[in-house]
Write a protein that binds this ligand. Structure first.
Ligand code: PMV
Length: 344
């Protein structure tokens, strides 16, 4: 009998306006809208294949991952949720790889959960490309909503360009959509790696703690206006307007995290010194490059493609700069189907 492999590729994304805090944890309903840039080459590639076995078999970067494995918990939980939601009893063999090193400050949960959702459903419903999903009444919006139930930011990884996750007025009315195509503006993200250690406090606990920060409610009150301003700056391709908004946004999110109970410090002296340095140097040489950070110590420098070479030579001047990774704005997720050479 012929057996097929369904390969989903989902890029990571970097948030400009951060999803931080949940209004409803069970429904994965965010406290605020978020806005992100989908990346291109920094992605997860996940293959799914139907198998006859008592349970799913999962490999991450060729390493077998069981239900009890630290990294396995979220994956199996999401597979269990999907199989129950779609009444699918067949088990899957899942092989997943990231194109970027673990702990490099690129959100692997975003790309990983998006790719896992697409690959698993493609295998169960025998779907050969993303367009064919719609024919089986699973729209891209449904795929994004299912992905976000695995990890909030994963919902944004399905779509190209600049993506808006709108919270709506209830968990059921939230939506995720592209607001600017990748062709609109040739943006790039250059990640400067300061720590490859895994987070000491996972994002689930930190999202929960956000409500205890005295800065959180004032933040939420100001976000609709910041979101509108960011959209205008992107529409006008105006980096000198977008950049300062990116920085105040990320510093505010970290302010919330650091003033919550329990307080979490995701970055230390090294990152802090670098942020001050990049602000100083870019003014000195008039280079429009601005930082944003996720819940971690690594710095994402957002810039236009035309400034990439100058940024890279500037970074060489920083003592012990370490590893950097650059990527472009990208086109969203992708799916293909191929025949397996191993007959099941
Ligand atoms: O998707 P989660 O639950 O890991 O949360 C990610 C939150 C940030 O990366 C810090 C911000 C964002 O919007 O991606």
């Amino acid at each position: 009998m012929k057996s097929y492999i369904y390969t989903a590729t989902a890029p990571s994304n970097i948030a400009f306006l951060k999803y931080w805090g949940k209004e409803d944890e069970a429904e994965q309903w965010p406290a605020n809208d978020s806005l992100s840039m989908t990346l291109d080459k920094l992605c997860s590639v996940t293959q799914a294949q139907l198998i006859s076995a008592p349970d799913h078999v999962v490999h991450l970067d060729d390493e077998p991952i069981g239900r009890e494995h630290r990294k396995g918990h979220k994956i199996f939980r999401h597979l269990d949720f999907l199989s129950e939601h779609f009444s699918q009893k067949s088990k899957l063999s899942i092989n997943s790889r990231n194109s970027f090193p673990t702990g490099c400050g690129i959100a692997s949960s975003a790309s990983g959960m998006a790719a896992l959702t697409i690959a698993a459903l493609a295998a169960w419903f025998d779907i050969e490309n993303l367009d064919a999903f719609a024919e089986s009444s699973i729209s891209p919006e449904t795929l994004a909503n299912l992905s976000r139930l695995g990890s909030g930011s994963a919902g944004r990884s399905l779509f190209e360009g600049i993506v808006h996750w709108r919270k709506g007025t209830s968990p059921q009315t939230q939506e995720i959509l592209t607001v600017f195509s990748r062709q609109h503006w040739a943006l790039m993200d250059t990640v400067v790696i300061f720590s490859s250690q895994e987070k000491t406090v996972g994002s689930t606990d930190a999202h929960r703690a956000a409500w205890t920060s005295p800065l959180f409610k004032p933040r939420l009150a100001g976000l609709p206006n910041r979101c509108a301003q960011m959209m205008e700056a992107i529409a006008e391709k105006d980096m000198s307007r977008l950049g300062p908004l990116l920085e105040v946004e990320t510093l505010e999110m970290h302010g919330v995290i650091m003033s919550a109970r329990p307080a979490v410090h995701y970055f230390g002296e090294q990152t802090s010194n670098f942020l001050a340095w990049i602000r100083d140097r870019r003014e000195a040489i008039n280079l429009p490059v601005y930082f944003t950070l996720d819940a971690g110590a690594n710095v994402h420098l957002i810039h236009e493609q035309k400034n990439h070479a100058e940024l890279m030579s500037l970074l060489k001047q920083y003592p012990n700069i370490g590893e950097t990774l650059s990527d472009h704005i990208g086109g969203g997720a992708f799916l293909s189907k191929s025949e397996s050479r191993v007959v099941s």
